[in-house]
Ligand binder design. Structure first.
Ligand SMILES: [Zn+2]
Length: 238
């Protein structure tokens, strides 16, 4: 069977096939797409039978990802947006100013015009500012508590799709500022995680023991972030 035949086979989903020097077949479902990695000479029949076996699981994953996509945030007047884990009602006020002000359960957007892209951009900038104030300070505090302040270089913010944080070998810690929408405990777990990498640049038992010093219930919070993190994605360019 040729690859073209394989693709037009009875499978209910399209997929991308990458052949490489590997011994096993593996399938990933990411961002609503199915990706198969196979050994160089894997036969089309083998790949097809593998995908047929995995088909129920693949379709469940695709459906879960479709639902998550639909749950994404919309930044608009009278919509709720989470900040520090609490829903805040967006209130757009048209005038001459351009700023975002948090007041209890309300998030006021002062704008000159209600253009959706503009609201998203303002929200992102405001959230990034909140992240710079809170996450950077908390990182230094945790680094001091762990006695690794000398290994800490600086904090940078980037909106990476794959992860919430990252610690580089040179002591630079990177966070995704969208994490500011999560409850404070979850943000603190994320900071505890990355700061603990200043001590152990791996995910060994020693590393997790260090995380537990700062964040005893880290397992629960890590799980929460895995289950709910997707709700904090806002589709914008900044
Ligand atoms: Zn890590």
């Amino acid at each position: 069977m040729t690859l073209a035949a394989l693709k037009s086979s009875s499978l209910p989903f399209p997929f991308e096939l990458t052949r490489s020097r590997r011994k096993t077949l593996v399938v990933y479902v990411k961002g609503g797409k199915v990706e198969v990695r196979s050994p160089l000479r894997a036969s089309s029949e083998w790949i097809l039978s593998f995908l047929t076996d995995k088909s129920p699981w693949i379709q469940t994953q695709l459906e879960v990802q479709r639902l998550k996509q639909r749950e994404r945030l919309i930044i608009a007047d009278n919509r709720f947006v989470p900040f520090l884990g609490q829903p805040r009602l967006i209130q757009v006020i048209i005038g001459t100013q351009q700023k975002v002000v948090l007041h209890d359960e309300y998030l006021y957007f002062f704008v000159r015009e209600t253009h959706r892209g503009k609201l998203e951009q303002l929200f992102n900038n405001w959230l990034l500012q909140q992240a710079k104030e809170y996450m950077a300070t908390q990182t230094i505090k945790y680094a001091r508590l762990l006695g690794v302040e000398h290994k800490f270089k600086n904090v940078v913010f980037r909106r990476t799709k794959s992860k919430w944080g990252h610690c580089c070998q040179d002591g630079t810690i990177q966070y995704n500022w969208l994490a500011m929408m999560a409850p404070r405990d979850v943000i603190n777990y994320l900071i505890a995680h990355e700061t603990s990498h200043l001590k152990h640049l791996n995910h060994s038992a020693k590393f997790w023991n260090t995380v537990a010093l700062l964040c005893p219930n880290y397992k629960e919070l890590r799980h929460w972030l895995g289950e709910n993190g997707h709700r904090f994605w806002v589709e914008t360019k900044t």
